[in-house]
Design a protein. Sequence first.
Length: 525
Amino acid sequence: MSDEGRLVAGRYRLTERIGRGGMGTVWRAEDEVLGRQVALKQLHEPPHLSPDEVTTLYERTRREARIAARVVHPNVVVVHDVVEDDGRPCIVMEYVPALTLGELLRDGRTVSPEEAARIGLGMIAALRAAHAAGVLHRDVKPGNVLLGAEGRVVLTDFGIATTAGTSTLTRTGEMVGSIDFMAPERIRGQKPGAASDLWSLGATLYQAVEGRPPFRRDTAVETAYSIAVDPLEPMKHAGALEPLIQALLFKEPGERPSAEQTERALRTALSGAPADVVPAAPAERHTGRTAAVAASSGGHERDADPTAGVASAGPTSTRSGSVERSRGRTGKVLVAVALAVASVGAAVLYATSQHASDAPDARKTRRAATATDAPSPVPEGYHQVSDERLGVSLPVPDGWRAGPRTGDEVTYTDPTGLAGITIGTVDPAGANPEAHFLDIETNTKGNYPTYRRLRMQQTTFRGEPAAVWEFTFKGRVRAFRAVDLGYGREGGREYDIYLSAPEAKWDAYRPVFDHARDGFAATGS
């Protein structure tokens, strides 16, 4: 091998090639100044890249060194130096004599749930340290997990990591990373966060116990589509890890457990007990506006029972019994995937039509809506809330609090975490929200057997086309009921108001929807 024995930067003698990937080659080298072994990552220069792209690639590599050096932790590979070799940057790292988890899992091999939990604990410790330093890894996968001596687990290759305030160094719409382990929000072109790394951890744990990535299909395009819309295939060998893996692989970032919850669940699974994830707060337990399509989302019904204080996993779910509508839009996902195979990874562009909907009931308390309707005054026991990003304002009961934002939606949850009202927008609106409802319902009927429609009809609201959808579904612990109103003129913006709550207490919760609907105001364009 021509490079073997060559001296880099007058200091590092290349002795053995120990790895080769899309971005570069990793060598074991001798630091002739300090007399120690190191790992040196030597960048490739793909011939098809333009000069500007090569510059970007080099800058990404230099940034990899700066970012990784910020994260000091036993489970993160140590970066010693960054040097130039014939104009190309090279990263000099701690040499960890180790097998990668990817190599261990090659050809469908698996590890026990307990061993996967042990490896997962090392990974989550590394991610917690990285996130505390403001660093996202963005390429968590088995190939970037080193299994060293004495049980050491090391997360490496921060080559596409990002920090707050830094450029992603990719073109608009381009996603850099390993497609099998790329979180759904990244597939959809949304901004990644710490929850994206946790999804990748979940996908890694899934492969560790099941022998394959959770959504792998025949092509990268089909894999990307599956990650974005398909349900999670049931696990056969996950054992005590199954509840945690299910939770980590929820489609929506706001539903996934935190890093702290994940670490606790992994410690529980290491002992052989089921790794149930107990949500940290009521707002986190209620995932908001969801049509009964948990199976289409890849989640599992998680009905939080406040009397028991635990979240018990069921066959198909979101959290706290609300069946996620936003994930039910899977039938409307339009795949406009651009794959560019380059040294920096797979570029995947997804265009999604973020269709939403919501609906009120035609009870005797409901009054006719007309074009001249003005928002009603805030009733006693309620307070007005506004969301500038969505351009909406509405009354919600005192004590209800906003939960994590999910895309184009915001949810306000009651103190039990079992009921919530969600406001969302669709821009541009279609001809009538009923079409969205019917698309979602088609998926629901096949994937969610406890769903039952109560009514669906076209109507008008504030002089614009509208649709009403009401249905019931069963959680693991209790039955739920939901009502959904969507309104808006085609080509403009659609506004959606959605309530779900325990069916046994529907009469008590239903006025919340009526007041929110009657006091709703569109404050922006």
